[in-house]
Design a protein around this ligand. Structure first.
Ligand code: NAP
Ligand code: MG
Length: 484
């Protein structure tokens, strides 16, 4: 293969997104009953820019008393929100969608500053998708009887919603939009490291005139989350996060009347057959594992390549990796931004160490990395096997484990040999292979000749230790309704 040395001979000029239009307060309080209120804890924690280590804002830590106030406000609001003309509910949600849309650029920049993701991704994926979820579910608000004919759908009540740090605004939209479209009210906790876009959303919700208490946003650490989980007047827990915390939540609500959906971790298999369009597949591998620094529950973190094309695919992949730009998330050229937190970087580095100790061969892209901030170059491992830790466990970073296979049955067995069951990708020109694998892979989402494609109309969720319940589409409504 003739190779251009892309990294050294092609230097892009900086193309930094402006931050002049960003309106951030130094300090954020809790959003309860339609107002920003101080926490009873009187405590604040810092939100850090993971690319610069700078403090962006200080954020209020909600305690049990605050959660009780938020749940009481949500309960009171439920009495009128749940019986409001559904067309009116829809109008509020449309308004929220339009208001985020008007301020999309501001949201994208804050998402990248607070979480470290490349501006191209927050601008073109996170924020537009979050807006689309509000639009999509606004449309359903007055059509629930058509979505579930003869079933007389009714809202559940107050939903406690807890979300992770990898897609902050998008996860908030996945949770809030279907819940309130169905007539529920919510208490939502964003992740500690990425609360800012949820708090900006709270500002929009206030401005939108949404009745007080329909949406409450409470910030804080895991303990704040457990106060929500354990509050006796919550009807449903919707959790997205790690399998470890998901199991804990399941245990805590066991025996109560609370309904739950758990969207947990993953270890997606991305499968490349010899008849695939190789160059497209290589792009697909890059997108599957390096999108959002690999902080993606459905990331294609296990690559299976058919043996006779493995050499070619791996060479092309390494070459493609050499052109990925790692650096300032606010630079529009950047492909791979900052790792979300120091803790997550330490976790990833530990997995890389274990990968080497267990005999895997590592390849990392050469790149100059700033001393400030948290960075991990795109990384791949070859010569690993099913029993290796980095093949079994979710790393949640830009680290790919590559294995080969000979036959379809072999790859199905290997792909299914994991505690998780969230996602998979198949690259082949044969429709018959796609149908066979889509049926036999234990994965909630299976992409064919593409990867990491999301749409509000499409359900998303897992099997096995990836959790249960679906978000998106009609399925996403169903988990916020009860039927007569
Ligand atoms: P995490 O540690 O489980 O945290 C998720 C959320 O739960 C955060 O808001 C966290 O607060 C809170 N929390 C922590 N301990 C809690 C407790 N004991 N009770 C109640 N809430 C608690 O997960 P993460 O590291 O933020 O996110 C990464 C994980 O999310 C990965 O495993 C990923 O696969 C999964 N994920 C799944 C999906 C999906 O749809 N299946 C989508 C995205 C991410 P703090 O932030 O303060 O710790
Ligand atoms: Mg942050």
């Amino acid at each position: 293969m003739n190779k251009l040395n892309l990294n050294k001979s092609w230097n892009y000029a900086d193309a930094n997104e402006s931050i002049d239009h960003i309106l951030l307060k130094k300090q954020y309080d809790l959003f309860i009953n339609g107002e920003f209120v101080k926490s009873h804890s009187k405590k604040y924690f810092n939100s850090i820019n993971p690319a610069t280590d700078e403090v962006i804002a200080s954020i209020s830590e909600a305690n049990g008393q605050d959660i009780d106030f938020a749940v009481k406000s949500a309960r009171k609001a439920f009495n009128s929100w749940s019986i409001l003309d559904p067309k009116e509910r829809g109008k509020y949600i449309f308004r929220i969608a339009r208001m985020i849309q008007e301020r999309a650029k501001e949201f994208a920049v804050i998402e990248s500053m607070d979480g470290g993701k490349p501006i191209r991704e927050s601008r073109d994926i996170d924020i537009p998708l979050a807006i689309n979820h509000f639009f999509y579910y606004a449309g359903w608000a007055d059509k629930l009887e058509f979505a579930f004919p003869n079933k007389y759908p009714k809202p559940l009540g107050v939903a406690g919603q807890i979300i992770p740090w990898n897609f902050p605004l998008l996860m908030a939209a996945w949770k809030i939009a279907p819940a309130i479209a169905c007539g529920n009210t919510v208490v939502l906790k964003p992740a500690e490291t990425t609360s800012l876009t949820a708090l900006k959303l709270a500002e929009i919700i206030k401005e939108s005139g949404l009745p007080k208490g329909v949406v409450n946003i409470v910030t804080g650490p895991g303990k704040t989350g457990s106060e929500i989980v354990n509050h006796p007047d919550i009807d449903k827990i919707a959790f997205t996060g790690s399998t470890k915390v998901g199991k804990l939540i399941q245990k805590n609500i066991n025996g109560s009347n609370k309904r739950s959906t758990l969207e947990l971790g993953g270890k997606g298999a991305n499968i490349i057959f010899e008849d695939a369009a190789i160059d497209q597949a290589v792009e697909g591998i890059v997108n599957a594992i390096f999108f959002n620094q690999g902080h993606v529950c459905c990331a294609g973190s296990r690559l299976f390549v058919q043996e006779n094309i493995a050499f070619e695919v791996i060479e092309k992949l390494k070459y493609r990796m050499s052109s990925l730009i790692v650096g300032n998330p606010l630079d529009k050229n950047t492909d791979i931004g900052a790792i979300n937190s120091k803790e997550q970087l330490a976790t990833i580095n530990n997995y890389i160490k274990i990968g080497k100790q267990e005999g895997g061969d590592i390849y990392q892209q050469e790149c100059t990395i700033s001393k400030k901030g948290n960075w991990c170059p795109p990384t791949l491992f070859i010569n690993v096997s099913q029993s290796n830790t980095i093949v079994q466990q979710e790393i949640f970073g830009p680290v790919l484990a590559i294995q080969t296979f000979c036959t379809i049955d072999e790859v199905i067995e290997k792909a299914n040999n994991t505690p998780f069951g969230l996602s998979a990708g198949i690259w082949t020109e044969k429709g018959s292979k796609i149908f066979k694998l889509a049926k036999e892979l234990n994965a909630g989402v299976v992409w064919a000749n593409t990867y990491n494609k999301f749409d509000p109309t499409s359900p998303f969720g897992g099997f096995k230790e990836s959790g249960f319940g679906r978000e998106g589409g009609l399925h996403g409504l169903k988990s916020y309704l009860k039927f007569e």
